[in-house]
Design a protein around this ligand. Structure first.
Ligand SMILES: Cc1ncc(COP(=O)(O)O)c(C=O)c1O
Length: 382
């Protein structure tokens, strides 16, 4: 063994180094500069959006997107219960109230029928819905074909949390382009990284200008320091934008590696009863993380047992997100549930999925899983 095999480590190399060094030598070691402008243009182009604002994290992007939509105290915002906590936290930062919605059992994405039901209920209660935030779970777009008309009919603005989904598509359209505004993350574990970073993308340039203004302490464009409202220090640095530009050049190749790894997992588990890949049918996924769901009744073993087997071999796995309605921090929040997210939390397991995993590491992981399956089911793929 040569160290832990991680879930989704950063995939950086000589190209990133050269872009970073060039940015450093250019003298633009600041939260402004040509790489920042170019990075915004290039990501907007990739997503098919008119504009973009680069910020320090996906969480900051979500926060500013909500402020740009005018969300504030007294509003409610629909959030999938199956997500990373950042989605819900961003709602709380604005003073609005998140209401959690359960997911579809096979994809983990927001359950559109529940969204429709909840929007109807909220309207009859006279509540103002500030936004609906679908999350593109593990790099698979939500069902926008069904969701967008439901939200439009209720006049509910959509903020797409595409933190995990850059490079994914839904019926040929890029992730990040489905809402009035979208939020991306370039955290170290994401499909591409700036070590930490995020971006708002969208067509509404007025909203994006407001977000950009708020991201720089709401400083007025005058030489003395003039501020008419409370802003935030959220702007991404030019150096990190340079790193992002190099990653963007390699994005498709990195997605391709993750997809090929997912295919190998699919093949390995194909003959194991009771095991499904979450979101397996989605050909537009960027395959950010590959997760399985284990139906213990049919498989004869639990996801946690495979996790323990892999942990003993220094291979990292993670459960699927613990749903927000089970989080102590959100114990008082309202939710509309079917039990699907709780089942995914109980039965799901996320496997090493990173594009930086080398062939030796992939072989170690696949052999360890094969060994486990052979012992539990008597079936070996090899
Ligand atoms: C669904 C989702 N939303 C938001 C975020 C927040 O992004 P960041 O970590 O860049 O703040 C993440 C990832 O971390 C995420 O997975």
């Amino acid at each position: 063994m040569t160290g832990t095999i991680h879930l989704s480590p950063p995939d950086v190399g000589p190209l990133e180094e050269s872009y970073l060094i060039a940015a450093l030598r250019s003298g633009w070691v600041a939260p402004v500069g040509p790489d920042l402008d170019a990075f915004e243009r290039e990501v907007a182009g990739r997503v098919g959006a008119r504009g973009a604002v680069a910020v320090i994290s996906g969480t900051a992007a979500l926060h500013l997107a909500l402020l740009g939509l005018g969300v504030g105290p007294g509003d409610v915002v629909l959030v999938p219960t199956l997500t990373f906590v950042a989605t819900a936290n961003a709602v709380r930062y604005t003073g609005a109230r998140p209401i959690f919605v359960d997911c579809e059992p096979h994809t983990g994405n927001i359950d559109v029928a529940l969204v429709a039901e909840l929007l109807h209920r909220l309207r009859s209660r006279g509540e103002r819905v500030g936004a609906v935030i679908p999350v593109d779970m593990f790099g698979s777009c939500a069902d926008y074909t069904a969701l967008l008309p439901v939200c439009a009919a209720a006049d509910a603005p959509v903020l797409e949390d595409a933190a995990e989904a850059l490079g994914a598509t839904h019926v040929g359209r890029p992730a990040g382009s489905f809402g009035l505004v979208g939020a991306l993350s370039f955290n170290g574990n994401k499909i591409m990284t700036t070590s930490g970073g995020g971006m708002l993308v969208g067509d509404d340039l007025t909203l994006l200008d407001r977000a950009r203004h708020l991201s720089t302490q709401a400083r007025e464009p005058v030489t003395h320091y003039e501020h008419r409202e409370t802003g935030y220090n959220y702007r991404l640095s030019n150096l990190l934008a340079a790193l992002g530009r190099a990653q963007l050049v390699r994005l498709d190749a990195m997605i391709d590696r993750r997809r090929r790894l997912r295919d190998r997992y699919a093949k390995l588990f194909a003959s194991a009863p009771g095991v499904d890949l979450i979101g397996a049918e989605d050909t537009g996924s960027n395959c950010w993380l590959t997760s399985i769901r284990v139906d213990r009744e049919r498989s004869g073993w639990a996801a946690a047992e495979l996790a323990a087997h892999l942990a003993a071999r220094d291979i990292e796995t993670r459960p699927v997100w613990k749903p927000m309605h089970l989080q102590p921090a959100y114990a008082d929040a309202e939710s509309l549930l079917t039990g699907a997210a709780e089942r995914l939390f109980a039965e799901g397991l996320t496997l090493p999925s990173g594009s930086a995993l080398n062939e030796r590491q992939v072989t170690v992981v696949l052999s360890a899983i094969d060994e486990f399956l052979a012992a539990r089911t008597g079936i070996s793929a090899e």
